[in-house]
Design a protein around this ligand. Structure first.
Ligand SMILES: Cc1cc2nc3c(=O)[nH]c(=O)nc-3n(C[C@H](O)[C@H](O)[C@H](O)COP(=O)(O)OP(=O)(O)OC[C@H]3O[C@@H](n4cnc5c(N)ncnc54)[C@H](O)[C@@H]3O)c2cc1C
Length: 403
């Protein structure tokens, strides 16, 4: 690892890769330190990208490649089944704007492929961040004991972020719901329309979205996770058995979809979020260190916006960095001056804060509404959702602007 890397990004998830690519497009070189041995492109199955996310992907120049991999989705439907199996459509929304479900692997691989070779350094886990008391430059210590002194650190290190700890952000909290996600391949093609459908039977919701003509992404929330059995979080066969058990009263096609899921795609996750009020008041940058993506605004999947918000972060951060660092240079000739960077990171946080607070708040209210059994809490959530988010889809019409 180059001791003199000026801009270091911690984490090669969606946010870290997108931030490196956005900076690269603005002529700013960066290095991404990733703790895993290789690209983390297997877990998580798929990700829904709504219009705001496609705008950001367009700015990164990879939207056309990704469009080839996923069908457009035109509508959102909810269908409930009663005890006799009769179905009733309880909501139907047609939306304008682009909406597709991508395999995570396609998104991560495409971001990675667009970066200059060698940008991502694998097996590089950052253990701590401190400030050098003399130069006030950040000092990163990696687990192998080496030190790096970059000028800028962007923490894209997800839920358990050491960058967020350095900034003294309050710890993330946990939703009680645990989602199972999976992909099912239909070798002869599936029969489903281009729609995001939620099927509800006995209060158990299964969501299904086609990715292409042969591949379907689905998820549901486990109502019961055996506490004593820690193995379940890592054992796809156990996840499958629990899910089959849970959907046993759903229509045959849903049961088959779960039974035939690609075993490697199955995952069960804890859902973490940063409380919207902590995000509103927290310090998201200090000196030349800032957070982005889940490290800043982990929010749960109820709006399907965490990943797209991470893409937006990348665009805004790179745009402002390029604007602020454009003309000045320090005595070594580098354009990356401490004052310029501090200024840029403050502006970045200022521009992003209300956007991600609102996304987090809407997500939090929907998540609480779905998980609480308290009628009073449910009522409060519904009232706040109506009052604050009357147009419940406005989040996807946001435009993060040009790179
Ligand atoms: C069930 C579920 C469904 C979701 N569905 C959607 C959806 O449909 N649409 C959507 O937009 N969003 C969705 N999201 C949210 C989305 O997945 C996340 O917001 C997004 O993946 C965050 O990316 P990230 O790069 O910020 O963090 P991560 O993906 O967590 O990446 C962090 C990276 O940092 C690395 N790292 C961590 N610590 C260190 C360290 N100390 N040193 C070096 N490397 C480190 C990790 O190994 C990892 O590679 C969903 C989330 C969940 C849980």
């Amino acid at each position: 690892m180059d001791e003199d890397s000026e801009v270091v990004i911690i984490g090669a998830g969606i946010c870290g890769l997108a931030t490196a690519l956005a900076l690269h497009k603005k002529g700013i070189k960066s290095v991404v330190m990733e703790r895993s041995e290789s690209l983390r492109n297997v877990s998580g199955a798929a990700i829904i990208i709504q219009q705001n996310g496609w705008r950001a992907l367009h700015q990164l120049g990879i939207d056309e490649i990704l469009r080839q991999t996923a069908l457009p989705i035109y509508r959102y439907r909810t269908i409930s089944f009663d005890d006799r199996g009769r179905q009733k459509e309880t909501s139907l929304i047609h939306w304008e704007g682009e909406w597709r479900c991508l395999r995570r692997k396609n998104l991560i691989d495409t971001l990675y492929a667009a970066l200059p070779r060698g940008t991502v350094k694998f097996n590089c886990q950052v253990e701590s961040i401190k400030l050098d008391p003399y130069s006030t430059k950040p000092v990163l210590r990696s687990v192998n004991g080496s030190f790096i002194r970059p000028k800028v650190v962007i923490g894209c290190d997800g839920n358990n972020s050491i960058t967020a700890d350095f900034l003294n952000l309050k710890p993330t909290k946990m939703f009680s719901l645990c989602p199972v996600r999976g992909l099912t391949t239909y070798p002869n093609g599936h029969p489903y329309d281009n729609e995001f459908i939620r099927l509800i039977k006995d209060n158990i919701v299964v969501a299904r979205i086609p990715i292409d003509d042969n591949l379907v992404y689905w998820f549901c929330f486990l109502t019961y996770v055996p506490k004593a059995n820690e193995k379940i979080w890592k054992d796809p066969e156990l996840i499958r058995q629990l899910t089959i058990e849970m959907v046993r009263n759903h229509p045959q096609e849903i049961q088959e979809m779960v039974e035939n899921a690609d075993i490697k795609s199955l995952s069960l996750t804890h859902l973490r979020y940063r409380a919207p009020w902590d995000l509103l008041t927290g310090t998201c940058c200090k000196g030349t260190v800032a957070v982005a993506g889940d490290a800043m605004h982990a929010m749960g999947p109820f709006l399907g916006q965490g990943g797209a918000a991470a893409l937006e972060d990348a665009i805004v951060l790179a745009r402002i960095m390029a604007q602020r660092l454009g003309s000045n240079s320090d005595e070594s000739g580098s354009k990356i001056t401490v004052h310029g960077v501090e200024d840029a990171l403050n502006l970045y946080v200022k521009e992003r804060r209300m956007r991600v607070v609102l996304l987090s708040l809407q997500t939090y209210l929907i998540g609480t509404l779905s998980s609480t059994s308290s009628r009073i809490k449910k009522m409060i959530c519904v009232m706040l959702l109506i009052l604050l988010f009357y147009d419940q889809n406005s989040h996807m019409y946001y435009d993060c602007g040009n790179l």
